[in-house]
Ligand binder design. Structure first.
Ligand SMILES: NC(=O)c1ccc[n+]([C@@H]2O[C@H](COP(=O)([O-])OP(=O)(O)OC[C@H]3O[C@@H](n4cnc5c(N)ncnc54)[C@H](O)[C@@H]3O)[C@@H](O)[C@H]2O)c1
Ligand SMILES: O=P(O)(O)OC[C@@H](O)CO
Ligand SMILES: [Zn+2]
Length: 349
């Protein structure tokens, strides 16, 4: 008898476009979330649109500002939500406040609305929170947002590097899916063809349109947000971040431990993806296409672009496998010589 079952949790409303922040009241009404919201944000997004968001939400929302992601920040939000008798949460900003709000909402059993102010990462839609703790990083299952409100006017006005980071986070799906397939073949890890193909196709479409993704064009913000949504949906179908997170993410998480906040998440995974594609397929593989697409978009392709010295890149590559129990091309660790050869050949160092 067939007894498999799965829950694919997705947002109810994804509202993308010019000025849609002003539709927030309608979105809240459509969701039937009543009562008092708590806004979870970080300083810059709060300065930019915090008042506008609070005005549209109504109900005199309280605000918590988080500067670093982590279980401590989640606890602070949980405490504030209880103290303020909040009935739903709103994550406003980049990946850190959105991840924190998502996980706190899950802990509290409350709904959550995602309002990205930058197209910098694919967690805006996903049902995962990526939370660092000590030397490891947890990819925690959480309910996805009830709604996503992505105002392309706000997102297009954000620093261009945030958009290029989002592009690189999507491009990295290439190597994430290769790692997932490898883990399926070698470790019998469950692989979802739908989630894998959706993630890979999203990366492919972005690489194909790399030349038309340009600073100052709101259309570009639109293209990138749609791709981030698609990538987040792939994670929801998979029930894990596997379609969008492989060895290139382990490498980035390791860099975060070595030098927190030196470079953007998306930029680090993009450079990681160049090296990981080389490790998978060698000289003739996809790594040049990945590097060229990142280059055309204006995302970093070298250690120097990221602000890291060569030895830090080697250290991150040789220790990245310890970040979490996720089988990738890095296996139980690659040698320093192999790491150096891949980083040098791809021009990363
Ligand atoms: N849950 C997931 O599936 C998932 C996916 C990808 C990334 N992430 C996580 O998200 C985080 C990375 O996201 P991030 O790079 O957005 O980090 P972030 O939240 O720190 O934002 C980066 C910077 O952009 C600024 N910013 C945001 N919007 C702006 C705007 N409109 N104008 C000017 N500045 C603006 C922020 O103030 C911050 O300084 C990491 O912690 C990563 O692990 C999670
Ligand atoms: O599970 P992690 O590795 O944090 O990945 C989530 C996200 O960054 C994928 O783009
Ligand atoms: Zn990512």
């Amino acid at each position: 008898m067939f007894e498999k079952s799965t829950w694919i949790k997705l947002p109810r409303n994804v509202v993308v476009g010019h000025g849609v922040l002003d539709d927030l009241g309608d979105v809240v009404a459509d969701l039937s979330v009543a009562g008092r919201p708590l806004v979870v944000t970080s300083p810059t997004p709060n300065d930019l649109v915090g008042d506008r968001v609070r005005a549209h939400l109504g109900g005199d929302p309280a605000t918590v500002t988080v500067e670093t992601a982590g279980f401590g920040a989640v606890e602070r939000v949980v405490d504030a939500a209880e103290a303020e008798s909040a009935t739903y949460l709103v994550g406003l900003g980049g990946g850190k406040p959105i991840d924190t709000a998502k996980m706190a909402a899950d802990r509290l059993g409350l709904g959550f609305i995602s309002i990205p102010t930058a197209a910098s990462h694919d967690g805006i839609v996903s049902g995962r929170s990526s939370i660092p703790e000590g030397d490891t990083r947890h990819s925690v299952a959480a309910d996805p947002p009830l709604a996503v409100v992505a105002d392309t006017e706000v997102i297009a006005a954000a620093p261009w590097e945030l958009t290029t980071a989002g592009c690189a986070d999507i491009v990295s799906n290439y190597t994430a899916v290769e790692d997932w397939k490898l883990a399926h073949r070698l470790q019998d890890v469950h692989y979802s063809e739908y989630a894998g193909e959706l993630a890979r196709m999203t990366a492919e479409l972005l690489v194909e349109s790399a030349g038309s993704i340009k600073q100052g064009l709101e259309e570009s913000a639109w293209v990138v947000v749609k791709a981030l949504v698609s990538s987040g949906v792939a994670m929801s179908i998979a029930g894990s971040s596997r379609p969008a997170s492989g060895a290139e993410h382990l490498f980035s998480h390791r860099l975060d431990r070595i030098a927190p906040d030196r470079a953007l998440h998306g930029h680090q995974v993009g450079v990681g993806s160049i090296i990981v594609a080389y490790l998978h397929e060698g000289e003739k593989g996809m790594w040049r296409n990945i590097r060229d697409a990142l280059d055309v978009i204006g995302a970093p392709t070298t250690a120097a672009d990221l602000g890291f010295d060569d030895e830090t890149i080697i250290e991150a590559l040789t220790t990245a496998h310890r970040i979490r129990d996720r089988y990738t091309i890095l296996g139980n660790g690659i040698s320093e010589a192999a790491a150096r050869e891949a980083a040098v050949t791809t021009g990363v160092i």
